[in-house]
Design a binder for this molecule. Structure first.
Ligand code: PHE
Length: 455
């Protein structure tokens, strides 16, 4: 039996929602993925395209997910069903749930690395950080249990329910992470040779932009804001009507983008101070650069440990939101209890993550031999398929669904509730134009252009 929506949990306060949604958005996407994707795509010019994607596509689209979630009070599948039962649109909800499972599967592996790095400064001080990383991630006896522990903690938090679990943690720890990042940035930019890194990161060379860079920026923007797979539909479904979706959503985007930009400021000055080639790091980037920075700081081992604790917690609040999407689907749409859903989904996802855990040297086949669409390695293939393509596709379909099927009239009405007369007249009309035309057309053009090689 589906749960009656009257019993649906709600966030304890506005701040609670903002921090939990920001907790979902802020995670490995900002601190681990943003710097290496920026490095691989040419630096400053990528950052400019990324910021344009956030402002012109992700922000208008974020409001659509929040409105759909709050209006339906449902998970992505239920939200679509409530509007178009029995049509192929329901499959879009299914795509969201699947994307959640598969992002979670490899995300949990990286979260496990972060967990393992809490002890790195103590067990392996002074060891060359590139060498250490390479042997660490290739060792199944370390990465698999760490990913397992991480999944277990995620399961326990999600099992605890929305308010007690997610909200309480997010409130205390996110601000602390920000403070520590500022300390690391201060050290990084004062390293000798840091200037070249700032130049690479902040001075755009527009000749570097091509179709691949644009798709990477768009995918990164969706990934970072947790968009395109229904996380914000699900989180929006726990919001009361008096909540101002525009202000709350705006804060989430602002915090998320600021943290990503700050992460770049931690990494690039240090990377250039170490004389390394930015394009060569890949997913290893922050794990190779940051230990070198910590090594030059007073109390470096301690700071390193605290940093990786906070990074693990940032990863945890994101993993919680990924798992929550899938679990809320099973709780709302099937007869499964919350406990059963959490354990089944968590267990399955952990198993689905095993090949990713073995794809950084653990298994030569998964690391070097599998390739798809020009992407090599199981881990990178998963990240490309689910973390890039599927999110952009999900956002394309959901923006068409909200803009053209559900109708912008109803979406605007939903956004007006709690917005204290702000979302009226021209502002609402501009949003409608973005949602109905700009978002789907731009995403579709980037997709088609990339696939056909014309951009
Ligand atoms: N936004 C999260 C991060 O940046 C990852 C995530 C993606 C979470 C998609 C939920 C949905 O780490």
């Amino acid at each position: 039996m589906a749960n009656p929506s009257a019993e649906r949990e709600q966030w304890g306060s506005r701040l609670g929602f903002i921090l939990a949604a920001a907790g979902s958005a802020i995670g490995l996407g900002n601190i681990w993925r943003f710097p290496y994707v920026t490095a691989e795509n040419g630096g400053g010019a990528f950052v400019v395209v990324y910021l344009a994607c956030i402002a012109l596509i992700c922000l208008p689209y974020l409001f659509a997910e929040l409105a759909l979630g709050r209006n339906s009070q449902k998970n992505p599948v239920g939200a679509i069903k409530a509007i178009r039962q029995g049509t192929p649109w329901v499959l879009v909800g299914g795509l969201c749930v699947l994307t959640g499972v598969f992002i979670l599967s490899y995300y949990g592996v990286v979260a496990g690395w972060a967990l393992g790095y809490i002890f790195k400064a103590f067990v392996a001080p002074g060891i060359d950080s590139t060498q250490y990383f390479t042997s660490f991630v290739a060792d199944p006896a370390r990465v698999i249990p760490l990913a397992g522990v991480f999944m277990l903690v995620t399961i326990l938090v999600v099992y605890g329910g929305v308010e007690d679990g997610i909200e309480r943690w997010a409130k205390v720890l996110m601000p602390l992470l920000l403070v520590l990042m500022l300390v690391v940035i201060f050290r990084a930019v004062t390293l000798p040779g840091a200037g070249a890194g700032l130049e690479f990161y902040l001075n755009p060379d527009f000749s570097k932009i091509d179709g691949g860079v644009i798709l990477a920026a768009l995918g990164q923007a969706f990934f970072s804001l947790s968009l395109g797979m229904g996380a914000m539909i699900t989180y929006g479904s726990y919001l009361p009507k008096r909540e101002n979706l525009l202000v709350s959503g705006g804060y989430v985007a602002l915090f998320d983008t600021s943290i990503a930009l700050l992460a770049g400021l931690m990494i690039f000055p240090a990377l250039f101070a170490m004389n390394q080639d930015p394009g060569s790091g890949g997913p290893a980037l922050i794990f190779q650069v940051l230990p070198e920075v910590f090594a030059t700081m007073p109390l470096g081992s301690f700071i390193s440990a605290v940093f990786f604790v906070l990074l693990s917690i940032a990863a945890l609040t994101s993993m919680v939101s990924l798992l929550e999407v899938v679990v809320s689907y099973f709780v709302d749409e099937t007869s499964w209890s919350r406990a059963k859903s959490v354990w089944m989904v968590g267990g399955f996802t952990f198993a689905a993550g095993l090949p990713s855990a073995l794809a950084q040297g653990g298994s030569t086949f998964l690391t070097e031999q599998v390739s798809l669409f020009g992407v090599t390695g199981f881990f990178s293939i998963m990240d490309y398929l689910w973390g890039n393509v599927s999110l952009a596709l999900g956002a394309l379909l959901i923006s068409i669904f909200v803009g053209w099927v559900w109708g912008t009239g109803r979406a605007v009405e939903e956004l007006q509730q709690g917005s204290e007369d702000f979302f009226e007249g021209p502002i609402a009309r501009v949003w409608v134009v973005f949602l109905k035309y700009v978002c789907p057309i731009v995403i579709a053009v980037i997709f088609v252009g990339k696939v056909t090689g014309t951009i």
